[in-house]
Design a protein around this ligand. Structure first.
Ligand code: UT7
Length: 377
């Protein structure tokens, strides 16, 4: 049995920043409300498709591990905002990298996607079925938000991270992992009009609504991540005091604080970047991990604890013992093409589309409560 070690890491965040003040120019919200309730100050809006973010993150991770794309035997991609469902987006990345020997699979568990992916990779590496895996997690989510719904639109941003997973005979890498799903609460995060279960032959198709019970998710997130963390620590026989760093899913600073308090992990050991990127769903953990490594926050032999929750409601936790190397073997100069628009300019067509949609619904008398239909100002 081999251990599954992360040997390379990389990230890509698009340059256009959308601040809370930008949001308040078209939504009935404020910087004060968003910062107080979520800790988010700004997020990024992508000017390129998701696979372009994924490719840049992947090239950085490959260089960090000094792995050539031709050596990869699996590309696994976690996202719910793929470029394409047929072909899957992992195939698009495989082709662009020239990773001809690699199988290609997309997985979707929303915000827990990267940890679910790590959990799967652990099994595939342990049994010797795969030896060099590129795992990508990220989102192009701003282009799928309902920009008239203030309770969900303010939370999310675009970003992508990647990791290379390889076998090790030493007891390092993902020592324990747990995944699960509280499907009884699946409607607490639900994107409508986006899939085969919805009426497709109407003008409303693809005008998504985010059915969002933030309070319910908040409560369950703290509880499920807390328990999953205790379970992985128990499985690995590691005490909470021995954790050097926690890299949690970045949905809300208040959730991170509540989780850390519940586990008794001091604030300085928790990686937080939700203030700068918002919730990038499957992207949060690989991006936060990359920033932590590049910022010198992970030392050889450290125990690093991961936890996430998301739509489903899925939850996941993982415990890694970091190996000897905490720096990149090589670096890559991969970057996105320049962006000549502001975040507000990139989003303008989407905002306008939702404004027209709300007007149309109201005019047709479809809205039972027009005030509740839109928070656009
Ligand atoms: O990663 C998985 C996805 N992430 C999540 O599901 C996030 C989990 N939940 C949360 O982060 C928090 O619940 C939120 C940040 C979403 C909301 O914070 P909250 O403290 O739970 O607020 P709330 O939903 O209870 O709303 C309080 C009030 C409501 O007004 P009333 O009913 O009290 O009059 C909302 O209508 O705040 C109002 N509100 C807003 N006001 C200004 C909701 N969104 C906004 C907004 N700006 N953007």
């Amino acid at each position: 049995m081999y251990h599954a070690e992360i040997t390379g890491w990389g990230m890509c965040v698009p340059p256009a920043r959308l601040t809370n003040h930008d949001l308040a120019t078209f939504l009935d919200t404020s910087d004060e409300w968003i910062v107080t309730r979520s800790g988010i100050r700004e997020r990024r809006v992508s000017h390129v498709n998701f696979s372009e973010l994924g490719l840049v993150a992947a090239r950085h991770a490959l260089a960090a591990a000094d792995v050539d794309p031709s050596e990869l035997d699996l590309v696994m991609l976690a996202s719910l905002t793929n470029d394409s469902y047929c072909p899957n987006t992992a195939s698009i990345i495989q082709d662009a990298l020239g990773a001809r020997k690699a199988a290609a699979i997309d997985i979707n568990t929303a915000c827990t996607g990267f940890l679910y992916g790590l959990h799967l990779c652990r099994g595939l590496i342990a049994t010797g079925q795969h030896r060099k895996i590129l795992l990508i997690g990220g989102e192009f989510i701003t282009h799928y938000l309902n920009w008239s719904q203030r309770n969900s639109a303010i939370l999310f941003g675009d970003a992508c991270g990647a990791a290379i997973i390889e076998p090790s005979e030493k007891p390092v890498g993902l020592l324990a992992s747990r995944v699960g799903c509280e499907a009884d609460a699946k409607s607490a995060i639900q994107i409508t009009n986006f899939g085969s279960a919805y009426e497709r032959l109407t003008d409303d198709f693809l005008y998504v609504e985010w059915n969002f019970d933030g309070r319910e998710v908040f409560k369950r997130a703290v509880k499920s991540m807390g328990q999953a963390c205790l379970d992985v620590l128990d499985e690995a026989g590691v005490a909470i005091e021995d954790i050097a760093l926690m890299v949690p899913h970045q949905a809300n600073k208040r959730i991170l604080d509540a989780l850390a308090t519940r586990l008794g992990i001091p604030e300085e050991k928790v990686v937080v970047n939700v203030d700068r990127y918002g919730n990038t769903s499957a992207g949060t953990i690989p991006v936060a991990l990359t920033e932590a490594l590049d910022g010198g926050r992970v030392k050889p032999g450290d125990y690093v604890l991961f936890a996430a929750f998301g739509a489903g409601l899925t939850w996941a936790a993982g415990l890694i013992r970091w190996g000897d190397r905490v720096t990149r073997v090589k670096t890559s100069d991969a970057e996105l093409p320049p962006c000549d628009k502001t975040a507000l300019e990139l989003l303008a067509p989407h905002i306008e589309r939702y404004r027209k949609h709300a007007e149309r619904k109201n005019a047709a008398g479809k809205a039972e409560n027009p005030e509740a239909e839109t928070h656009l100002i």
